[in-house]
Design a protein around this ligand. Structure first.
Ligand code: NAP
Length: 293
């Protein structure tokens, strides 16, 4: 009997929060069947986020596991990772299916950014095809609180409309793909912060660039917003602590925020923290498996 098919039915989400006594949240105390029988298990983490790195940190301590963290390869000098890294796309769903089979991946942790919806959809589809257990490690979305002046939008097109026709000092806290679309609104002055240089630069008369890597604290963000006389922020509802500082600073300064809504979620079982993802993994790997797929 295999535990895998049951884990893969959207209508039957696995129990992402196992309750077995041997499971510790930090993942350090559990010994899997694989270690007892000498068989190593191979785990693939789809990364590009702090949660993926945290997951790698927890799993790096586990001598009975081979863990690979996958990065899209967009950043020229990515942050160091605690486990071996592979970089670059897989070549669509078929490429990922091949990778999962060739590398005999026993479990897949989709810890990509909540807005990386293409990769997540591919992961889900490839996991179903290969009967690979999958969990989505997704930080919760931010929720507006008293004092927040948020306008929620679907995409850059709606954000441009929300910005309006009057010139404004805009802090564009977005990725390179979305930023390009703001060239349609030439009247604004833009402040753009990114890990790597935005190349080509956005085709507008007024744009300033800052190279920096998060996390960004509230005080640091407050100084940035005041220093650049920002009067509106455009950002994604990424969730998590690393990018939240700008929203707290905006709240205290009364600055409006145009916030991209989360893309629709897939019917993949999900957890919110790396510790929970590791607990799920223990649960899955402790069950008998069927490699004949
Ligand atoms: P996406 O649109 O969902 O994915 C586009 C393609 O990039 C995928 O089809 C896949 O190529 C490749 N890819 C994406 N993530 C990958 C990974 N972890 N490992 C290997 N290939 C990957 O993704 P995106 O929004 O451009 O984000 C790219 C990466 O940046 C993700 O890893 C994400 O976690 C990270 N990130 C994204 C955001 C954001 O706002 N979107 C913010 C912070 C970090 P193939 O089809 O060839 O496999």
């Amino acid at each position: 009997m295999s535990s895998r098919p049951a884990l893969l039915k959207p209508s039957m989400p696995s129990s992402p929060m196992p309750t077995m006594d041997s499971h510790r949240g930090d993942g350090a105390g559990c010994r899997l069947e694989s270690s007892a029988s000498g068989m190593r298990k191979h785990i693939l983490i789809l990364g590009g986020t702090m949660e993926a790195r945290e997951c790698g940190e927890l799993l790096a301590r586990r001598s009975e596991l081979d863990v690979t963290l996958s990065l899209a390869g967009r950043t020229a000098s990515p942050a160091a990772q605690p486990v071996p890294v592979r970089r670059g796309g897989f070549g669509g769903v078929d490429g990922l299916v091949k990778y999962l089979r060739d590398h005999e991946i026993d479990a897949l942790i989709d810890a990509t950014h909540p807005f990386a919806s293409t990769m997540s959809a591919h992961a889900w589809s490839a996991a179903v095809q290969t009967h690979t257990p999958i969990i989505a490690l997704r930080r919760a979305a931010w929720r507006a609180t008293a004092g927040d002046r948020w306008t929620e939008v679907l995409d850059a097109k709606q954000a441009l409309i929300a910005l309006g026709s009057e010139p404004r000092n805009v802090f564009l806290a977005l990725g390179r793909q979305e930023i390009a679309q703001f060239a349609l609104a030439q009247q604004h002055r833009y402040l753009i912060r990114s890990v790597d240089a935005v190349d080509p630069p956005i085709e507008v008369p007024h744009a300033r660039y800052i190279l920096a890597r998060g996390p960004f604290e509230e005080e640091q963000e407050r100084k940035l917003l005041i220093g650049h006389a920002i009067d509106v922020i455009v950002a994604k509802n990424s969730g998590g602590a690393a990018a939240y500082g700008k929203l707290i600073a905006a709240r205290t300064l009364g600055i409006p925020v145009i916030l991209f809504r989360r893309p629709p979620e897939l019917p993949v079982p999900g957890v919110a923290t790396a510790g929970e993802a590791v607990a799920w993994l223990d649960h899955v790997l402790a069950a008998p498996t069927d490699r004949g797929v």
